[in-house]
Design a protein around this ligand. Sequence first.
Ligand SMILES: [Zn+2]
Length: 325
Amino acid sequence: MYNRTRLLFLLLVLLWACGPQQTVQQPPAPSPVKVIAPSFNADSAYEYIRQQVAFGPRVPNSKEHVACAQYLFDKLKASTPNVVEQKGVVTTYDDVRLNIRNYIASFNPDKKNRVLLFAHWDTRPWADQDSDREREPIDGADDGASGVGVLLEIARQLSAKAPAIGVDIAFFDAEDWGAKGGGPESEDSYALGTQYWTRQPHIANYTANYGILLDMVGARNAQFRLEGFSSEQALYVVDKIWKSAAALGYSNYFLLEQGGYVTDDHVYVIRYGIPSIDIINSDKTTRSGFAPHWHTHQDSLSIIDPLTLKAVGQTLLEVIYNEGH
Ligand SMILES: [Zn+2]
């Protein structure tokens, strides 16, 4: 994914700061939790991340990618019989044909009232933000494996205790083979697996009430800010998640601050017609707007912290189990 409209945001801040009526967003009052959600097991999520990383970089067209695909399919199958494997071919911006696989697991498949949770599972073929070994693929412990690890643990919880609503968990492929830079060449070069799925959803006319994307949700002291497209297109979902996180005591991770606009998988799910948000680690001190390990070899298992996984996973479970009552 890439972050390209930070200037726009700066302008927005200036307008806010200079406008005649200064708008300060107040923290929302914690909403009472009606249903006790299961306890998210962060050690389990961590183990799912470790296992993905152990395959090596999951770069499309590699044998490590195929091996991890089988692992993901087996793991989802252990939680629900309703797993669709979608195989396809997409072409990258640099004209490489990739054999991709998307996985969609469904819980309570007959419920009309549904939520879509998603993450990308592939890893970037290059460490282009690194000053060392730039042409080698990254481990992608945070960028890729963390979102999948959290969702595999949520799948396990959903199989143990059915929620009142339907939930679909999608692992999309080929998010991260995009053009560096964030200029026009980057346009639509990321999220190829998600774009494939929006052209050919796993179920004809598939829809959900809303979607939540997890991307880079495992690093120590992660900071989740209000991503621009999420706030514009699905503010009520942002509100729901951030309120839930606050009620659980996770406001140190879920900050009530505007972040940048990130062109990520959720943008294509929004275009498809499902209002969606992106929970993504951001950093105000870097030029990219992402944490310093982004697209470098620092993105390894050593930066993953179970406390962050717990904050994200428990917040999601709280929201899911309180829906539909
Ligand atoms: Zn990435």
